[in-house]
Design a protein around this ligand. Structure first.
Ligand code: NAG
Ligand code: NAG
Ligand code: NAG
Ligand code: NAG
Ligand code: NAG
Ligand code: NAG
Ligand code: NAG
Ligand code: NAG
Ligand code: NAG
Ligand code: NAG
Ligand code: NAG
Ligand code: NAG
Length: 852
C-alpha cells in the first residue's frame, strides 16, 4: 500500500464518519406526533417529577424514561416506574398514539380510580413488555388485552386486589401469548378453575399467580414447561397433587412456591433432584408421606419450607450436610422424627439464618459441647421441641432477632448469659410454657418488642429490668407466681406497650396510677391476682383500650363512669371483686360503651336497676355484626384474646372472639326491679346471665332473640308465666329459669324438650314437662302474644310461693376465664429475590412474600 492509497482510505473514512454522524442525528429526531403524545400524557400528571425533563426544547428521545428506535426515531419504550405519578389514566390516553411502543412500564405509581383502558389492544402490533404492577388500578382487565399477542412479559400484580380478570380472558391470554416468558398476576381476582388441558407457551419462564383465587385441581401441564424458572401459586385454593412424573426436565427451575393451597399426596422425588432449585416453598398444604431426604441433591438450595403439612420421615444431623447453601429451613408442624443432637445440628448448618423445627416428633439431646455455631442466626424457633436445658450454643448467636423456645421442658434457672443473647438485636423472646423458676437479668433495652414468659414457675417480684425495655409492645408474664406490687416503673413502658398480661400471678397492693401516657395500650389483663383498691383514674387516658380484664381480684369502689367513654372498649371484665354501688351511667355520657361485646360484672356488690342504656348500645352493635359478611376477630396484631365460658356446666374454650359474640354476665349481684324489655330486641346477644340477683317482674315477652344460646335467669324473684316465645328460639342451648316464682305451663317446643328438670326447678307454680308435676285442666297454656296478667287468674300468684330466696347469693359457677393466647406467629420476612418486585406489608398477607 502506498501513502496516497492510505491517505484516500483515511479521507474516505473521515467523510463517512461525518456523513454517518449527521445522518444519525437526523434519524434520532423524535417524531413530532409522538413527542406531542408524550407531552399530552405528561399534562395529565402535571406535577410529576419523573417527567421533568420532558419539554419541547429537547428531542423526546433523550427524555428520561423514553427509548427510541435508533434507526427510525420511533418511541419504542417508556419506563416511568417508581415515578411518583399520581392521577387518572385516561381511557383514551395519548400513549395510544405511539404506534411502535414495545415496552411500557408504569409500575409503582398511583393511578387510583383508573382502569386498564380497553383501547390497550391498539398496541397489538408492537407491545412486547407491559408492566402495570402496583399502581392502584381497579376494575376488569379488558378482554382486548388478549390482542397483545406479541407479549413476552406481562405484569399486572399487586393492584390492591381490585383488579378482576374474567376467567375466559385469562385462558385466552395463555392461549394467545405464544411468545410469553413472564406472567405475573399477583392479587388479580380470577377466581376460577384452570382447564384440564391448555397449550401454554413453552418459552414461559415465570408464572406468578399468587393470590388470584384460582381453585380446583392443579393441572399437571403447569409442570411440563421446559423453560420454567419460577412458579408461584401461593395463596390459592388448588387441590390435587404434584405430579410424580413430568415429561420434561426442569433444568432451569429455581423457585417453586406452592404455599397456602390445599394440595395433598406425597412429594415426588424429582423435586429433590432438581439441579437448579434454590427456593422450595410447599408449606401450609396437606402433603403427606415420607420425604425422601436421602435423595436430596439440591446443591443450590437456599430456602426450604415444608411447614404445616402432614409430612413424615427420619431426619438426622447428616440430612442437611449436603445443603451447605441453605439459609432458611422450616420443617415445623409436621410429623418428622429422628434423634437430633442440637449443637451438632446447629454447627452443621453453616449458612443458616432461619430455622424452625417446632411441633414435630423429634427427640432432642443437648450435649452442650462447645461446637462451632454459625453466629449468623437471625431466627430460631424450637417450640415444643422437648428441650430440657437452655442450650449453651445459643451463646454464640450475637445477631439473633427472634427466639422462641416455648412449650419445652426447660427447668429451673435460666443461665445469666441468656439475658444478653442477640446483644441488642433481639426483638422477640418467647419462653412460655416451660418450668422456669428464675429469670436472668435482661440486658436488652433497645429493640425487644415482644416478651412472652407465660405459664412458667417464675417467683419473686416483677423483674425490674422489664421497665427498661423502651420498645416493648407485648408483655405476657401471666400464669406464674410473681408477687409483690406492680411497680410504678411500668409507667416507663407507656410509649410502646400495646398489651400487658400480668394475670394469674400473686400481685398485691393497688394498681399503680401510671397509665396517663399509655396511648397504644389495647389490652390490659390483670385478672386473678390479689389487687386491691379502685380502678386507677389514669386508665381513662388509655383511649384505645379494647380489653380490660381486672376480674378475680379484691378491687373495690364503684364502676367508674369514664369507662363508658372508652370508645374502643370491647371487653370489660370486673367479675369477682368487691365493687359496689349503682351502675346507672350518668346523664353526661350520652352513649356509654359504644363498642362493648363482653360485659362481665358478675360476683360483685352492684345494686340498683339493670343498666338499660348499656343494653341499648349492645343493640347498636347488631348492625355492625350483620353487615360484616366475614367474621371479624378481636385480634391484636396476631394475639387473640380468648376466654372460657361455661355452657351446660362444661367449660368451653372460645379461641377468639367473634364480633357477633355478645356476652353479658351481670349475675351474683344485687340488681333489682324488672328485666328491661329492650333485652328482647338484642339480636346479637349470645350469652345472657342475670342469675342470682333480686330481679322481679316477669320475663319479657320480647325475649325471642333469635340467636341467644345461653340464658340464665335463675335465682331471682321473677314471676308470671314463661313466655311461649322462648320456646321458639332455635339456637337456645342453655336455659336456666330455676329458683324463681314462675307459674303456669312450661311452654312446649322442640328446643324446650332438650332441657331437663333442673332448668325449671324451684318454681313451685310451674307444671308440665319436664317437671314431674302435671298441669291441671285449669292451668293456662302460655299464649304467643300475652298482654294480661294470666297468673292472677290462674291462682298461682307469686305470693303463694313462700320460699324466700335471698337475693345476690354469691353462689354459682366460677368461670375459668381469660387467657391471652399467642397465635403461631408467622414471621413475615422480605426476601429480596432477584428480578421480582415484592412489597413488604406486615398486615396484608396477600402481597407479601415471604419466608414467613
Ligand atoms: C427542558 O429540560 C432540560 C433538561 O432537563 C432542562 O435543562 C431545561 O431547563 C428544560 N426547559 C424548560 C423550558 O423547562
Ligand atoms: C382516541 O383518541 C384519538 C386521537 O387521540 C382519536 O382519534 C380516537 O377517535 C379516540 N378514540 C376514542 C374512542 O375516543
Ligand atoms: C393515590 O391517589 C388517591 C387519589 O388520587 C389518593 O386518595 C391516595 O391517597 C393516593 N395514595 C397514595 C399512597 O399516594
Ligand atoms: C389472538 O391474537 C390475534 C392476533 O394475532 C387476534 O386476531 C385474536 O383475536 C386473538 N385472540 C383472542 C382470543 O383474543
Ligand atoms: C373475586 O371476584 C368474585 C366475583 O366478582 C367475588 O365474588 C370475590 O369476592 C372476589 N374475591 C376477592 C378476594 O376479592
Ligand atoms: C400447541 O402449540 C404448539 C405451538 O405453539 C402447536 O404446534 C400445537 O399444535 C399446539 N397444540 C395444541 C393441542 O393446540
Ligand atoms: C431428563 O434427564 C434424564 C437424566 O439426565 C434423562 O435420562 C432424560 O432423558 C431427560 N428427559 C428429558 C425429557 O429430557
Ligand atoms: C387428596 O384430596 C382429594 C380430595 O381433594 C382426595 O380425593 C384424595 O384421596 C386425597 N389424596 C390423598 C393422597 O390424600
Ligand atoms: C452454593 O451456591 C453457589 C452459587 O450461589 C455455588 O457456586 C456453590 O457451588 C454452592 N455450594 C455448593 C456446596 O454447591
Ligand atoms: C407420625 O410418625 C410416627 C412414626 O414416627 C407414626 O407412628 C405416626 O403414626 C405418625 N403420625 C401421623 C399422624 O402420621
Ligand atoms: C377499698 O379497699 C381499701 C383497701 O383494701 C380500703 O382501704 C378502702 O376503704 C376500701 N374502699 C371502699 C370504698 O370500700
Ligand atoms: C348496617 O346496615 C344497616 C341497614 O342496612 C345500616 O342502617 C347501618 O348503618 C349499617 N351499619 C354499618 C356499621 O355499616
Amino acid at each position: 500500500m502506498n501513502d496516497s492509497k492510505i491517505f484516500s482510505i483515511v479521507f474516505l473514512l473521515f467523510l463517512f464518519t461525518i456523513f454517518a454522524s449527521s445522518s444519525s442525528n437526523n434519524i434520532h429526531k423524535c417524531h413530532k406526533k409522538q413527542s406531542e403524545a408524550l407531552l399530552l400524557f405528561k399534562h395529565d400528571f402535571s406535577d410529576s417529577y419523573a417527567m421533568m425533563s420532558w419539554n419541547t426544547s429537547t428531542d423526546c428521545c433523550i427524555w428520561k424514561g423514553v427509548t427510541c428506535d435508533r434507526s427510525t426515531g420511533d418511541v419504542i419504550g417508556i419506563d416511568l416506574s417508581f415515578g411518583l405519578l399520581s392521577g387518572v389514566i385516561h381511557p383514551n390516553t395519548s400513549l395510544f398514539n405511539l404506534p411502535h411502543l414495545q415496552t411500557l412500564n408504569l409500575a409503582f405509581n398511583n393511578f387510583t380510580g383508573s382502569q386498564i383502558p380497553s383501547e390497550i389492544g391498539r398496541f397489538s402490533n408492537s407491545l412486547t413488555h407491559l408492566d402495570l404492577s402496583s399502581c392502584g388500578l381497579s376494575g376488569q382487565v379488558p378482554p382486548d388485552i388478549t390482542l397483545l399477542h406479541k407479549l413476552v412479559s406481562l405484569d399486572l400484580s399487586s393492584n390492591y386486589d381490585d383488579l378482576k380478570l374474567e376467567p375466559h380472558v385469562f385462558i385466552n391470554m395463555l392461549r394467545n401469548f405464544t411468545n410469553l416468558e413472564e406472567l405475573s398476576l399477583v392479587g388479580v381476582n380470577i377466581s376460577s378453575v384452570l382447564p384440564t388441558s391448555l397449550n401454554i407457551s413453552s418459552s414461559l419462564k415465570l408464572l406468578n399467580l399468587q393470590s388470584t383465587g384460582l381453585q380446583g385441581k392443579l393441572p399437571h401441564y403447569i409442570f411440563n414447561l421446559q423453560s420454567l424458572e419460577t412458579l408461584d401459586l401461593i395463596l390459592n385454593q388448588f387441590t390435587g397433587d404434584i405430579p410424580s412424573k413430568i415429561s420434561v426436565n426442569l433444568t432451569h427451575l429455581t423457585s417453586l412456591r406452592l404455599s397456602y393451597n390445599k394440595l395433598n399426596g406425597t412429594l415426588p422425588s424429582w423435586l429433590f433432584t432438581s439441579p437448579s432449585l434454590e427456593y422450595l416453598f410447599l408449606d401450609d398444604n396437606m402433603f403427606s408421606g415420607n420425604v425422601p431426604f436421602e435423595l436430596f441433591a439440591l446443591p443450590l438450595l437456599k430456602l426450604l419450607d415444608l411447614s404445616d403439612n402432614q409430612l413424615g420421615g427420619q431426619i438426622d444431623v447428616q440430612t442437611f450436610r449436603q445443603l451447605t447453601n441453605l439459609t432458611y429451613l422450616d420443617l415445623s408442624s409436621n410429623n418428622f422424627s429422628g434423634e437430633l443432637e442440637l449443637d451438632t445440628l446447629l454447627s452443621s448448618l453453616k449458612n443458616l439464618e432461619y430455622l424452625d423445627l417446632s411441633y414435630n416428633g423429634f427427640s432432642v439431646t443437648t450435649n452442650n459441647a462447645n461446637h462451632y455455631v454459625n453466629a449468623g442466626f437471625l431466627f430460631l424457633k424450637l417450640a415444643s421441641f422437648k428441650l430440657k436445658v437452655f442450650p449453651e450454643s445459643f451463646r454464640a448467636m450475637k445477631q439473633l432477632q427472634y427466639l422462641d423456645l416455648s412449650g419445652n421442658e426447660i427447668h429451673g434457672q435460666i443461665p445469666h448469659w441468656a439475658g444478653e443473647i442477640g446483644r441488642n438485636e433481639l426483638y422477640l423472646l418467647n419462653l412460655s410454657n416451660n418450668f422456669i423458676t428464675v429469670l436472668p437479668q435482661f440486658q436488652w433495652y433497645g429493640r425487644l418488642e415482644e416478651l412472652y414468659l407465660r405459664s412458667n414457675l417464675i417467683e419473686g417480684p416483677f423483674p425490674p429490668s422489664i421497665c427498661n425495655m423502651s420498645s416493648l409492645r407485648y408483655l405476657d408474664i401471666s400464669h406464674n407466681s410473681i408477687e409483690g406490687v406492680i411497680p410504678q416503673c411500668v409507667g416507663n413502658l407507656s410509649n410502646s406497650l400495646t398489651i400487658m398480661d400480668l394475670g394469674n400471678n400473686s400481685f398485691q397492693g393497688t394498681i399503680p396510677n401510671v397509665f396517663e401516657g399509655f396511648i397504644q395500650l389495647e389490652g390490659l389483663i390483670l385478672n386473678r391476682n390479689r389487687l386491691e383498691g379502685g380502678v386507677p383514674s389514669s386508665m381513662s387516658k388509655c383511649e384505645y383500650l379494647r380489653v380490660l380484664d381486672l376480674g378475680n381480684n379484691h378491687l373495690n369502689g364503684t364502676l367508674p363512669g369514664w369507662l363508658g367513654e372508652l370508645r374502643f372498649l370491647q371487653v370489660l371484665v370486673l367479675k369477682s371483686n368487691n365493687f359496689h354501688g349503682n351502675i346507672q351511667p350518668s346523664f353526661a355520657v350520652k352513649s356509654p360503651f359504644p363498642g362493648l361485646q363482653v360485659l362481665d360484672l358478675s360476683h360483685n356488690g352492684f345494686v340498683g336497676e339493670l343498666p338499660t342504656k348499656y343494653f341499648q348500645n349492645f343493640d347498636s352493635m347488631k348492625n355492625v355484626v350483620k353487615n360484616n359478611t366475614k367474621p371479624q376477630y378481636l385480634d391484636m396484631v396476631g394475639i387473640y384474646y380468648s376466654f372460657v365460658v361455661v355452657v351446660k356446666g362444661v367449660y368451653r374454650d372460645i379461641p377468639s372472639l367473634f364480633v357477633s359474640l355478645i356476652i353479658s354476665d351481670l349475675s351474683n349481684n344485687y340488681f333489682e326491679r324488672g328485666i328491661p324489655e329492650i333485652i328482647g330486641n338484642l339480636s346479637a346477644l349470645r350469652v345472657l346471665n342475670l342469675s342470682h340477683n333480686c330481679l322481679n317482674g316477669r320475663i319479657p315477652y320480647s325475649l325471642r332473640i333469635s340467636e341467644i344460646e345461653s340464658l340464665d335467669l335463675s335465682s331471682n324473684q321473677l314471676t308470671g308465666n314463661i313466655p311461649q316465645s322462648l320456646a321458639g328460639i332455635k339456637g337456645l342451648e342453655v336455659l336456666n329459669l330455676s329458683q324463681n316464682h314462675l307459674v303456669g305451663h312450661i311452654p312446649e317446643g322442640t328446643q324446650f324438650k332438650t332441657f331437663d328438670e333442673s332448668s325449671f326447678a324451684g318454681n313451685l307454680g310451674l307444671c308440665g314437662f319436664p317437671l314431674p308435676k302435671e298441669c291441671s285442666e285449669r292451668t293456662h297454656k302460655p299464649q304467643l302474644e300475652e298482654h294480661e296478667n294470666h297468673e292472677e287468674k290462674s291462682g298461682f300468684t307469686w305470693e303463694v310461693v313462700t320460699l324466700g330466696y335471698g337475693c345476690g347469693t354469691l353462689l354459682g359457677l366460677v368461670m375459668g376465664y381469660l387467657l391471652l393466647s399467642t397465635r403461631k406467629v408467622k414471621w413475615f420476612n422480605l426476601i429480596a429475590d432477584a428480578g421480582e418486585h415484592m412489597i413488604l406489608e406486615r398486615n396484608k398477607r396477600r402481597y407479601v412474600f415471604i419466608g414467613k
